[in-house]
Design a binder for this molecule. Sequence first.
Ligand code: NAD
Length: 278
Amino acid sequence: MTIPTVPLNDGHSIPQLGYGVFKVPAEDAERAVSEALEVGYRHIDTAAIYGNEEGVGAAIAASGIARDDLYVTTKLWNDRHDGDEPDRAIEESLGKLGLDHVDLYLVHWPTPARDNYVHAWEKLVGIRDRGLTRSAGVSNFLVPHLDRIVAETGVTPAVNQIELHPAHQRRDITTWAAEHDVRIESWGPLGQGKYDLFGLPAVADAAEAHGKTPAQAVLRWHLQKGFVVFPKSVRRERLEENIQVFDFALTDAEMAAIDALDPLDGSGRVGSHPDDVN
Ligand code: NAD
């Protein structure tokens, strides 16, 4: 199984599908990531706050897979934006992961009430320039936050990782991203199992038409939109199911029907509002 890559605005590329490890307990992370690597995943999305970077690193070390064949993302947590804290935070993450660089490092949340995300972003650019991450990006940034970091630093992030799924399509941010050549990564691509995407006729009908599951139809919608996804599961059969999404394509009509599921553009949020995380 070869997973296609898509380009980023800094000349690097990223596997369009990966494995996310939010809420994978530390003691389970090595097994889960090892299984994902066995199944064929080569892109792992973790974060310092997930508390499982050591397990991710152990699985990578045990896999014997060449470093250049792996893509690893981690994220700077909210209480480490100030001063030189980001420099210490990346060193700690690299130590836990057992790596000398990650492929993508993200400011996890803008924490707007603290008003320090421009500084955090500047520090990430420095971390990138020192080679500790190949690419630098942001997560959960709204359009005003994106406009501000670009205006004040002159550097556009490679990605913005945001909650995005058919019930919460974030068109203001995806439009901004398209205009600025920023790659969107969809977190909660399946609605975290909290929103019943799979029962919606547009999803169920598309799945049935292609002999696929509703989860596969939703993931295919993200891929055809150009988004990067890393669905999470700790069950091997779902790891296998979620990667089998490159052997069919939704029609334009099926894409349009899923596009129409969020007419109010924002009704189906399952996670926190970025202005409320500080
Ligand atoms: P998700 O939409 O991937 O949902 C995961 C849940 O969906 C699983 O726990 C399981 O219950 C269910 N599921 C998975 N595969 C399924 C299948 N084939 N059929 C039926 N149900 C299935 O949500 P997520 O884990 O929150 O998001 C994916 C990744 O995004 C995370 O693991 C993490 O890496 C990242 N993330 C980032 C942020 C952020 O703030 N940047 C926030 C949340 C998640």
